[in-house]
Design a binder for this molecule. Structure first.
Ligand SMILES: [Zn+2]
Length: 502
């Protein structure tokens, strides 16, 4: 990428250090989750905090700030130079507007809250976590006040995770899906066609971890994951990280009684990795080098996990392979069994275990609760009750414990209010990508043959390569010709599950 503007050039020169530090931070984090001996935790925490401080110092550096100011008056910029400045302005805005002592206080509060949450979840004692939660909500309200917002303080927090996202957009596009989703679940359940497929994944089964690992390697290679520029390791919670432009790693977790989890999460994490591996190399070490947002990242990971990995045609292709990897357990199965096994819509308590249909309802519950908390319409002490009421209303199930309820996710303990809608947006973007991809490619036909190349090519050309060149809404327009339209998601679910269950 040729940069002409001297101010942009100077900023990009300085940004290279941020890029290197981010990659070092990624390798420290990867090692923390994959290899670190228990006693190494304390110093690793200091090392990561040190790197974070170096990055903050660069954004707060006088020369850097002056260049950012100067850049605001530059004219005749190329579209890429404009995108670089937009991203840098956005990144420095947080450090500009939020006082350093609040940022420090938040980081201290979240590390204490995280430990308290782990213990409270283990003991199933919400009350032990409550004081930390109160403090985190207050801090996020203060942060929202510093950042500024037009309508709703939650807007300021949503925007930190997904540029330009607002609460009213979430209400119109995500919360509005609730009646359609609830009706769809009821319709599928009334058919009573699940059969006894779950006997294949009950606690009596044993799927050898080594075979699961081989299957993970098989499917990620098939998707186009470059293992000379990546690797697959084991961690308690699967994740993807980018320690270098030619080093994009994923992790997995293998459950012995259920082969589906590691298969689906391999496809999910490989989806994240394919995004990072296929960004235009001209953008290396510039503010365009990453995937643009959590929402788009989740769109791509969930696209591979669900739209491809749980597609009945792909599962038909995979049937003899599943049987070859696990002959003892699966020799007497048919492709219909696998199609149902991977597509069982059933309301449950846990978001990360939710199927494609109920998943978004979990996000709606969290969004409504966050909206109420940040706007002081719900007292933190009343949270467990509010949680149970919403679970009952939207999913028809009520968890017996707070461990399976309000304490299940770590995001609030990490002070990440405003993060969850990105997951739901991912589902919506993914369905819209599929809709437009199908206009150019016979997706089902390709999947039935196990050909994934044309799907990857479409994503590379329309989404991946752009990195952070476009913000999410613009990117969706560039890729599909229209802004985000939630109708594609409901249409996709309805068509798919009617196909399976009638
Ligand atoms: Zn993900």
């Amino acid at each position: 990428m040729k940069l002409k503007n001297p101010v942009v050039k100077k900023l990009c020169e300085k940004y290279k250090t941020v890029s290197l530090l981010n990659h070092i931070d990624a390798i420290l984090g990867w090692d923390l989750n994959v290899n670190l001996p228990p006693k190494g935790g304390q110093e690793r925490g200091q090392q990561i905090a040190f790197i974070t401080k170096q990055i903050t110092d660069i954004f707060n550096d006088k020369d850097f700030k002056n260049l950012v100011e100067e850049s605001k008056t530059q004219r005749n910029l190329t579209p890429e130079e404009k995108a670089i400045l937009r991203n840098l302005h956005k990144a420095s805005e947080y450090y500009d507007k939020v006082p350093a002592e609040i940022i420090t206080e938040k980081s201290k509060t979240t590390s204490e809250a995280y430990m308290a949450w782990q213990k409270a979840k283990q003991d199933d004692k919400f009350g032990d976590f409550l004081p930390h939660l109160k403090k985190l909500i207050e801090l996020d309200q203060i942060i929202a006040g510093h950042i500024g917002y037009r309508e709703n303080p939650l807007d300021a927090l949503l925007d930190l995770h997904e540029p330009d996202l607002t609460a009213s957009f979430c209400k119109k596009n995500i919360v509005a899906l609730q009646p359609g989703l609830t009706a769809l679940i009821k319709r599928i359940q009334s058919k009573q066609k699940f059969g006894n497929v779950e006997t294949f994944v009950n606690n009596q089964q044993n799927y050898a971890v080594d075979a699961q690992r081989q299957l993970a390697l098989y499917v990620s290679r098939k998707m186009g994951y470059d293992l000379d520029a990546g690797r697959i390791d084991v961690s308690a919670h699967p994740f993807t990280t980018t320690p270098g432009r030619q080093d994009v790693r994923i992790t997995n977790f293998y459950k012995e009684h259920d082969f589906r989890d590691s298969f689906s999460s391999t496809m999910h994490e490989t989806g994240h990795a394919l995004y990072e591996q296929n960004i235009n190399q001209d953008y290396d070490q510039t503010p365009l080098e990453w995937g643009v947002s959590y929402g788009i990242h989740e769109a791509l990971s969930r696209f591979w996990e669900n739209q491809i990995g749980k597609n009945p045609h792909f599962l038909t292709f995979m049937t003899p392979l599943f049987q070859a990897f696990f002959p003892e357990q699966l020799k007497n199965t048919s492709h219909e069994t696998f199609i149902k096994l991977f597509n069982l819509p059933k309301p449950g308590f846990i978001r990360i275990e939710a199927d494609e249909v109920t998943y978004t309802l979990h996000i709606i519950i969290r969004f409504e609760i966050e909206d109420a908390l940040i706007n002081n319409k719900l007292k933190p002490k009343d949270l467990p009750e509010a949680w149970r009421a919403k679970m009952k209303k939207y999913l028809g199930v009520v968890p017996q414990t707070d461990r399976d309820g309000v304490l299940q996710d770590m995001h609030w303990a990490g002070g990440s209010f405003g993060y969850f809608p990105a997951y739901a947006l991912g589902n919506l973007y993914a369905s819209q990508f599929l809709h437009y991809m199908k206009k150019e490619i016979d997706v089902d036909g390709e999947l039935e043959k196990g050909h994934l190349g044309s799907v990857l090519y479409w994503l590379n050309e329309n989404v991946h390569k752009h990195g952070s060149r476009y913000w999410p809404d613009e990117l969706v327009k560039v890729a599909t010709g229209e802004s985000l339209n939630p109708k594609y998601f409901l249409n996709y679910l309805s068509e798919k599950f009617t196909g399976i269950y009638g």
